[in-house]
Design a protein around this ligand. Structure first.
Ligand code: GDP
Ligand code: IMO
Ligand code: MG
Length: 425
C-alpha cells in the first residue's frame, strides 16, 4: 500500500489539522514529517477546539498510530505540555504515539538564538515564531544537533553541554540579554518525562506498516511557499514542507508515495514577513481577517489576508505532484458579492504567470479575474449537491485552471462541516 501525503499549498494555516482529523478514520497511521512547534493545527469537534503543535492530528481517534518522524524538531517543554493537555481530555497519548529517535531536539539556547537573530535583523526579520526552528535545523545540517535518541545515552548531559556552550559563544556576538537558568530547569524536567515516551526508529515502523498494507497518511506542516528551497526565501521556514520532505522526514522511498492531497484556502493568508502579491491592505482584507478569524494558532498574530493566487498555486501543485485538491474556508467568502482571482502578475512591464526569483511586493502586481460570489451561508450544508451555483462555478473554474480535481470542500472549522466531491474519499 502506498503512503498518502497531505500538505499545505500556500503559506501555512490552510486547515491541515482539520482535514487530517476528518480523513483519519480512513487511515491506520498518521505521521508528521517536518517542522516543529512553529506549527499550529486546529481541530474542532463536539464543541471542543484543540490546537496541536507537534503531535499528529490523528491523535483523537482510537486505534490509530501516530508517528512523529525524523524530519520533525521537538521542543520537549512544548511537547510535554501538549501531551498533558491531551491526557486531561482523556486521550491515552502514549498508547497512540511513537517518536523517531532521529528527530532533533530544540534546546533553550536554540530559542534564544532564534530571538537574537530576529532582533539583529530589525526590519528585515523573518517574523519567525521564535520557537527555535531555524537554529535547530542549522545544527542538524551543521552536524552538531542533539537527537531524541540521545536522551537514552549515558553521555547525554555532556552532549547537551557541548552544544549549549557553542550556543553561548554565538550569543555573545549579539547584543541580546537573556536568562537561561529557568529555561534550562524546565527543559530538563520535560526531558525526564519525555524519555519515558515511545522512542523508536520510526522509519522501520512506517515501512513495516506499509508492507502490511496499513494505510498511512503523512501530515505536513507549514506550506509550500514557506519551503526552504521553493518558498519565498529567505522568508521561509527551515525545512522541506513539500512532498519530498515526506520521503526524507519519514524514510519513505519516492516510489512509495500514493495520493498527494494539496490543501488551500479559498483566499490566501500569510503570517510573518515576506512577499505576498495579492495581499489586501484595505477594508476588504480586514473583512476577510474578521470573517475567517485569521489570527495565528501558535502566536496569535493577525494573519495578512488577500485574494487567491493561481500562479502560486500552480507552482505548488507542480512541486508537490498534487493529485487531489482540498479547498477550505469557502464559508469565509460568503460575505463578498464579488470575488477576485489572481491569474497572472504584471512584472517589469510584462505579464508573467510564475513567481519571479526575487519578488518584492511593490515590483509585482497581480492581474485579477472577477467572479460572482455565492453570498450565502454555507456552514449548515452537508451535501455537495446543494452548494450555490456561484460556488460550483468557482470550483469548476479552479479545477480547470489548476488541472487537478478538488475533492473536498470545507465550509466551517468543525469536523462535520466538510463536503466530499468524490465518493471514493
Ligand atoms: P493548519 O495550520 O493548516 O492546521 O491550520 P490552522 O489550524 O492554523 O488554521 C486554520 C483555521 O481555520 C483554524 O482556526 C481552523 O479551525 C479553521 N478552519 C479550518 N477549516 C475551516 C473552514 O472551512 N471554515 C472556517 N471558517 N474555518 C476553518
Ligand atoms: P502551520 O503548520 C503559518 C512562518 C512564520 C515565519 C516563517 C518562519 O500551522 O501551517 P519559523 O518559526 O518556522 O522559523 O518561522 O514561517 N510559519 C508559519 N506560518 N503556519 C505555520 O505552520 C507556520 N510555521 C512557520 O510566521 O513567517
Ligand atoms: Mg496553523
Amino acid at each position: 500500500m502506498k503512503i498518502d501525503v497531505l500538505l499545505g499549498l500556500q503559506w501555512g494555516d490552510e486547515g491541515k489539522g482539520k482535514v487530517v482529523d476528518v480523513l483519519t478514520p480512513k487511515y491506520d497511521m498518521i505521521a508528521r514529517f517536518q517542522g516543529g512547534p512553529n506549527a499550529g493545527h486546529t481541530l474542532e469537534f463536539d464543541n471542543i477546539k484543540h490546537v496541536l503543535h507537534t503531535i499528529p492530528s490523528g491523535i483523537f481517534h482510537a486505534d490509530k498510530e501516530n508517528v512523529v518522524g525524523n524530519g520533525v524538531v521537538i521542543d520537549p517543554i512544548i511537547f510535554m505540555k501538549e501531551i498533558k493537555a491531551l491526557e486531561k481530555m482523556g486521550i491515552p497519548v502514549n498508547e497512540r504515539l511513537a517518536i523517531s529517535r532521529k528527530a532533533h531536539l530544540i534546546l533553550p539556547t536554540h530559542r534564544l538564538l532564534d530571538a537574537a537573530s530576529e532582533q539583529a535583523k530589525g526590519k528585515e526579520k523573518i517574523g519567525s515564531t521564535l520557537k527555535g526552528i531555524g537554529p535547530t535545523y542549522m545544527d542538524k545540517t551543521g552536524r552538531n544537533g542533539l537527537r531524541t535518541g540521545d536522551v537514552e545515552t549515558k553521555n547525554f548531559l555532556e552532549k547537551y553541554e557541548q552544544l549549549r556552550n557553542k550556543h553561548l559563544k554565538l550569543l555573545k556576538q549579539y547584543d541580546f540579554e537573556f536568562e537561561l537558568e529557568q529555561m534550562e530547569k524546565e527543559w530538563f524536567q520535560a526531558i525526564d518525562t519525555f524519555k519515558k515516551l515511545h522512542l523508536i526508529d520510526s522509519e522501520h515502523l512506517v515501512n513495516k506498516a506499509r508492507k502490511e498494507n496499513k494505510k498511512i497518511l503523512a501530515e505536513g506542516a507549514q506550506g509550500t511557499l514557506l519551503d526552504i528551497d521553493f518558498g519565498s526565501y529567505p522568508f521561509v521556514t527551515s525545512s522541506n514542507t513539500v512532498t519530498a520532505g515526506a520521503c526524507t522526514g519519514l524514510g519513505i522511498a519516492p516510489n512509495k508515495i500514493g495520493e498527494v492531497y494539496g490543501i488551500f484556502k479559498t483566499y490566501c493568508t500569510r503570517v510573518g514577513s515576506g512577499p505576498f502579491p495579492t495581499e489586501l491592505h484595505d477594508e476588504v482584507g480586514e473583512r476577510m481577517r474578521k470573517a475567517g478569524n485569521e489570527f495565528g494558532a501558535t502566536t496569535g498574530r493577525p494573519r495578512r489576508c488577500g485574494w487567491i493566487d493561481l500562479p502560486a498555486l500552480k507552482y505548488a501543485i507542480m512541486i508537490n505532484g498534487v493529485t487531489q485538491l482540498i479547498m477550505t474556508k469557502a464559508d469565509v467568502l460568503s460575505d463578498f458579492d464579488t470575488l477576485k482571482v489572481c491569474t497572472a502578475y504584471k512584472y517589469q512591464g510584462e505579464e508573467i504567470d510564475y513567481l519571479p526569483f526575487d519578488v518584492l511586493d511593490d515590483s509585482i502586481q497581480p492581474i485579477y479575474k472577477e467572479m460572482k460570489g455565492w453570498a450565502e451561508d454555507l456552514t449548515e450544508l452537508s451535501d455537495i449537491n446543494n452548494i450555490p451555483k456561484a460556488l460550483e462555478d468557482y470550483i469548476l473554474y479552479l479545477e480547470k485552471e489548476l488541472e487537478t480535481p478538488i475533492t473536498i470542500v470545507s465550509v466551517g472549522p468543525d469536523r462535520t462541516q466538510t463536503l466530499l466531491r468524490n465518493s471514493n474519499i
